[in-house]
Structures are given as structure tokens and as C-alpha cells.
Design a protein around this ligand. Structure first.
Ligand SMILES: Nc1ncnc2c1ncn2[C@@H]1O[C@H](COP(=O)(O)OP(=O)(O)O)[C@@H](O)[C@H]1O
Ligand SMILES: [Mg+2]
Length: 232
């Protein structure tokens, strides 16, 4: 079964008098449990595409299905609920809450969207912090840890509500190479353990090595698909 299906998606932004055609007809079908990269230069439409898949925005024309739910038909409230239950997000700037500890940052999505019993919640958070190698830093605040460590916390946070899908928009753009590869490795490991589908965007070709399928975007169109051997 396909987890994500896009049918002839276009997205046009209106900037005053000017129209920007950010996506010009994208068809895409992605299977469950895959590790996927969108690669392309700045302005090629990566963020726009991730925002449509993540129910953060709607296409101008075309249809977006996730798990056979037509998400471009959902209203704001329904979209928020769908996101909370199905999708985890990882951001370029980490987006951790500065006043919360590492532990509390990972706990945060559970407080917002789900009524998970306290014991279960704690077990899940500690398990994830262990898996991303941040258990020893659980009481620290974001300004006390490195960028790479922040992104590992963000990976744990994205997974805490057990989403089917995690979207990461340029997750390594603010990291040095070593940290970037470490974060990619952890994401891939989490995909293998939990069967979560990961989609990450990057403009850095060196980072795509971990991806199983690499889609190339140019000027609002998917111009290439490469299946990488030896992964999984
Ligand atoms: N909110 C917006 N309003 C107007 N134009 C936008 C907006 N967001 C993106 N764009 C334009 O759409 C195109 C694709 O942008 P984007 O999806 O951000 O690409 P990428 O993430 O690959 O850099 C670019 O030309 C960009 O300037
Ligand atoms: Mg972008």
C-alpha cells in the first residue's frame, strides 16, 4: 500500500501582481517504511512539497493522499488533528523550546495531542532519548547542548507520538559534517526500528547517501528518481 500519493500537484504563490509557480505538476507515490530524500537547489520547491505532504499548506491544483485520506480536503482543524496523529516534523533550526529541558521537549507533543498515561509516556520518552544517545543530557536545556545534539533531541521529539511519517526540511543544514552524518544515521536507524517513513530535503548531495530513494527537484518539477543500492 502506498503511504503517500500525489496526483498532478501544482502550487502557485501570489506575490502581489506576480505569480510564482513553485510546483508545476508533481506526481509521486511513496511506500510505507521508506527513507526518502528530496534533493535540489534553493528555490526548486522542496519546502513547498514537504509543506503539502505535511498538511501545512494546500496545493493550488491536484490531490494529496496520505494513508488513503485525501488531505487537501481537510479544514484547518481536521488538518491539525491529522498532523498530530500521523506526522512528525524535524526543522532546520531544531525548534526546541528554550525554557524546556531535553526531556520536556520530547514530552511536549504528547501533552498537546494525546492522552497517554504518565508511566507509558515516561517509558517512551526515556527509550527514545536512549536510542538517539541523549539520555545523559535529559535534564539539560537546549542552550547547554550542541547543534547535533539538539537535532537528535528533535528526532526523538518527532517520533514520540509514534507517527507513520516524519518530514525533515533540511535537517542537517545547520550542522557540521560529522554531526550531519550522525543525525542521518540515527534517522535511518529509527526508520528500521519503527518502520516510520522518513522524507528529508537537502541541497547537499553528500548527505543523500543514507537515502533509499532520491528524488531530484528542479524548478518545481521532479526531474529524477534514483534508487540507491545497499541500503535498508
Ligand atoms: N510563501 C511564499 N510566497 C511566495 N513565493 C514563495 C513562497 N514560498 C516559496 N516561494 C517561492 O517558491 C519557489 C520554491 O520555494 P521553496 O519551496 O521554498 O524551495 P526550496 O525549499 O527548494 O528552496 C521559490 O521560487 C520561492 O521563492
Ligand atoms: Mg526550503
Amino acid at each position: 500500500m502506498s503511504l503517500i500519493k500525489l496526483n498532478n500537484i501544482t502550487k502557485t504563490y501570489q506575490m502581489g501582481e506576480v505569480e510564482v509557480n513553485a510546483l508545476k505538476g508533481v506526481d509521486l507515490e511513496l511506500k510505507k517504511g521508506s527513507f526518502i530524500s528530496f534533493v535540489g537547489p534553493s528555490g526548486s520547491g522542496k519546502t513547498t512539497l514537504l509543506n503539502l505532504i505535511g498538511c501545512l499548506d494546500k496545493p493550488t491544483t491536484g490531490e494529496v493522499f496520505i494513508n488513503d485520506v485525501k488531505i487537501n480536503r481537510l479544514d484547518r482543524k481536521q488538518a491539525a488533528k491529522f498532523r498530530g496523529e500521523n506526522i512528525g516534523f524535524i526543522f532546520q533550526n531544531f525548534n526546541l523550546m528554550p525554557v524546556l529541558t531535553v526531556y520536556e521537549n520530547v514530552e511536549y507533543p504528547l501533552i498537546m495531542v494525546q492522552n497517554v498515561p504518565l508511566d507509558e509516556r515516561k517509558k517512551r520518552i526515556l527509550e527514545l532519548l536512549k536510542k538517539v544517545g541523549m539520555i545523559d543530557q535529559k535534564d539539560k536545556y537546549p542552550n547547554q547542548i550542541s547543534g547535533g545534539q539538539k537535532q537528535r533531541v528533535a528526532v526523538a521529539r518527532a517520533l514520540v507520538s509514534n507517527p507513520k511519517l516524519v518530514l525533515a526540511d533540511e535537517p542537517t543544514a545547520n550542522l557540521d559534517h560529522e554531526s550531519a552524518f550522525k543525525v542521518m544515521g540515527i534517522m535511518h536507524q529509527m526508520k528500521n526500528e519503527f518502520g516510520t517513513t522518513f522524507i528529508f530535503s537537502t541541497h547537499d548531495m553528500k548527505i543523500v547517501g543514507e537515502a533509499e530513494i532520491v528524488y531530484t527537484l528542479e524548478d518545481g518539477i521532479i526531474t529524477g528518481k534514483k534508487i540507491q543500492e545497499g541500503e535498508n
